[in-house]
Design a protein around this ligand. Structure first.
Ligand SMILES: Cc1cc2nc3c(=O)[nH]c(=O)nc-3n(C[C@H](O)[C@H](O)[C@H](O)COP(=O)(O)O)c2cc1C
Length: 501
């Protein structure tokens, strides 16, 4: 059995996007304290987790341009802080743990994004990943940033392809490996530093990337969003895809679809790792586990579910007759619906989850009841340590998934520490996750820091750099045979896709 990757899914909001204010284990009082996150990062690092993943968005649920009272009152993805600005501090607190930060291609700019992630790659010693998204709650974000809102679901992904290409061109094409010399009279060899020239459909850039090579150069490229266009984007660009598996059959289908799409894009389907969000409620006895789960479910109301669903999808279910079939709810104009599901130009993954070709059409009430319990979540696993380990093993075997991203329950770290104490030892005994990695020894006096494996090395078992088989490697410059300089005359890789390697 292959080894599973383990991550934790988090958001910098009072309640992780879900209203758990009334539960004693919530993190409402501590979520905005850096000490809280440092403590969590140390816990995960010590336990041997691969990464801490921060979902993030400038948006939050709005309805027809207004902020619902429930969002403010219950802290539903509101307010929020920027996780990227905290990563360096967390890296100082940890030795091995990777960090994945979500950043959108819609309102950010490629050069700034490439520079920020290259800087984080340097500060973390190569422990950074980028979750590339076209954004959630896009209507809110468009309004906040003063955008016209003319972009469609698929055109956002078209622009995202070009955005990622341009970043890859900066990271992989700007500097040759041995460009930095750090001698008495030169920091770097000018012949080995190259301008990027890009004149594309959505972006243009002329100039030299002003960050020298970092441990991974390209951060590990994550992606989330499994609409048909989202899968095509993942197949072209991602090294790791984050899904929210709902059942073994559904997740197996999504995994197979992503891998088939990867083959169509000319990539090895196994070169993309696919991990699913998973909520684990574990306790020593079945009754205690069931009690905790019931307490969790009691936190979520149908009203909050309607606000969240509507804000994320653009399909407004607030105040809609629960008996109405979902397909009879009007949504804003559609981009390219794959079924007769209502659609908007916002994220399609959630709507597709409930309306599947060939399956009965659910009512609004059905959808909200299911959404209330699983919301923005993946597998829901509840039981004793052995039951949870059995179920995780069955999910991994039945779906082809490469790992799990644990979701918080009541907000605080208890869901993760329970897993670490009760389930992780069993997964290790069964050989499903690697044995605990030794912490790299602290640097001795006068020695440099001992490098831990990069996030890419941890996840893929390969080297620290983007694999040669990834399409982004086409931006690398081949060294000509012979003397080191002069460099080839302005061989500027095109951003329009040449054949993949
Ligand atoms: C599992 C999952 C996690 C996501 N996480 C984020 C996030 O943290 N921030 C964000 O802006 N968008 C997030 N999104 C939105 C998507 O990345 C994507 O931009 C949007 O859903 C539209 O694509 P889709 O129709 O393929 O879902 C997420 C979507 C899914 C399905």
């Amino acid at each position: 059995m292959k080894k599973l990757s383990l991550g934790v899914f988090e958001m910098l909001n009072p309640n992780n996007g879900l209203p758990t204010l009334s539960h004693p284990q919530n993190k409402t009082a501590t979520w905005d304290s850096i000490d809280y996150w440092a403590s969590l990062a140390r816990t995960l690092d010590d336990a041997g987790f691969d990464f801490l993943f921060f979902a993030d968005t400038y948006g939050y649920p709005t309805l027809d341009g207004t902020l619902p009272d429930a969002v403010v009152r219950h802290g539903i993805q509101f307010p929020g802080l920027d996780p990227m600005l905290m990563i360096s501090a967390l890296a100082r607190e940890t030795r091995r743990l990777g960090f994945v930060v979500t950043s959108p291609t819609t309102v950010e700019r490629p050069y700034a994004t490439a520079r920020r992630f290259a800087s984080l790659d340097q500060y973390t010693g190569g422990r950074i990943g980028w979750n590339v998204v076209t954004g959630s709650s896009q209507a809110t974000t468009d309004a906040l940033f003063g955008l016209g809102g003319g972009a469609t679901h698929d055109s956002r992904y078209d622009a995202a392809d070009e955005f990622v290409d341009l970043c890859l061109n900066f990271w992989e094409g700007g500097w040759e490996d041995d460009a930095v010399v750090r001698t008495a009279d030169a920091y770097a060899d000018p012949a080995r530093v190259h301008p990027t020239v890009h004149d594309g459909t959505h972006f243009s850039a002329h100039g030299t990337f002003a960050v020298a090579p970092t441990p991974q150069r390209t951060p590990v490229l994550f992606q989330a969003g499994t609409s048909a266009r989202g899968r095509a984007f993942a197949a072209r660009n991602a090294e790791c895809v984050f899904i929210q598996g709902q059942s073994i059959a559904q997740a197996a289908r999504v995994v197979a679809e992503i891998r088939a799409e990867a083959v169509r894009a000319g990539r090895d389907p196994r070169s993309i790792r696919i991990v699913s969000g998973t909520t684990i409620t574990v306790a020593p006895t079945p009754a205690e586990a069931a009690g905790r789960r019931a307490a969790l479910e009691a936190q979520y109301t149908l009203e909050d579910a309607a606000v969240m669903f509507s804000g994320f999808t653009g399909v407004n279910l607030v105040g809609v007759d629960p008996a109405l079939p979902l397909t009879e709810v009007g949504g804003p104009s559609s981009s390219a619906p794959s079924s007769n599901a209502p659609s908007s130009n916002q994220g399609q993954t959630l709507v597709d989850r409930y309306v599947r070709p060939g399956e009965p059409i659910p009512t609004v009430g059905d959808v909200l009841d299911r959404f209330r319990l699983t919301a923005l979540r993946g597998f829901q696993v509840t039981g004793t340590p052995d039951q949870v380990a059995d179920e995780l093993e069955a999910i991994a075997e039945g779906t082809g998934l490469d790992g799990f991203m644990l979701e918080p329950t009541f907000g605080g770290p208890a869901a993760f520490t329970d897993f670490i104490d009760l389930v992780l030892p069993l997964l290790r005994e069964r050989g499903l996750v690697p044995p605990e990695n030794p912490v790299p020894p602290a640097a001795g006096a006068g020695e440099g820091p001992t490098p831990a494996p990069t996030l890419r090395e941890r996840l893929t078992g390969g080297g620290p750099r983007l694999p040669q088989a990834h399409p982004g490697s086409r931006f690398r410059r081949a060294r000509p045979a012979g003397p080191a300089t002069p460099a080839p005359a302005a061989v500027v890789p095109e951003c329009s896709p040449p054949p993949f390697h």
